[in-house]
Design a protein around this ligand. Structure first.
Ligand SMILES: [Zn+2]
Length: 173
């Protein structure tokens, strides 16, 4: 398993096989947690998206793919960027969701009462830390922008919640 940060990825254990689908991690008990603790805290606070990535078998890499065209993804990203540019037109020095302050976040990332409940339940069940809360709101705003949705819907929140795997209590513990 690896942690990715803006294209940079790192192993989460010394042998590199933690959570590998076929190979056995040979790191002793507590080693993974200790290793992970080195990247946790202040560093994790700055990372919006934690995604668990397990190795893909060669057979799957070479299989026929029906993946989305890059050009389609590009136009969706451009659209989201445009929405964000307009949103922050009056906020000096801010061009995208990633840059918004926590004060701005409160006004920009409004969610429905059901959304609040969903987030509350997720935080309790997954044992998410307080720092995850703002990150989830911010990322869900971007997911909504990518879907050209004015409102942050529950499905956007749910997707953003999945991207905080390293904030979960007991992860690798
Ligand atoms: Zn290992």
């Amino acid at each position: 398993m690896k942690i990715q940060h803006q294209g940079i990825s790192t192993q989460v254990c010394p042998c590199g096989y933690y959570n590998h689908p076929e190979k056995e991690c040979v790191c002793g008990a507590g080693v993974v947690q200790k290793y992970l603790n080195r990247v946790s805290g202040p560093l994790l606070d700055r990372i919006d998206i934690h995604l668990e990535v397990t190795p893909v078998p060669f057979s799957e890499l070479t299989a026929e793919r029906t993946a989305e065209q890059s050009s389609d993804v590009r136009s969706r990203v451009m659209g989201a960027r445009k929405i964000q540019e307009e949103r922050y037109a009056d906020s000096k020095g801010i061009y995208c969701n990633a840059q918004m302050s926590s004060k701005l976040l409160r006004s920009v990332c409004k969610i429905s009462p059901e959304g609040v409940q969903l987030l509350k339940t997720a935080m309790e069940r997954l044992g998410l830390s307080a720092r995850a809360y703002d990150r989830i709101l911010k990322v869900s705003r971007t997911i909504a922008d990518l879907a050209a949705s004015n409102e942050i819907l529950n499905e956007h929140l749910a997707e953003a919640i999945q991207y905080r795997s390293l904030d979960r209590e007991g992860w690798a513990g």
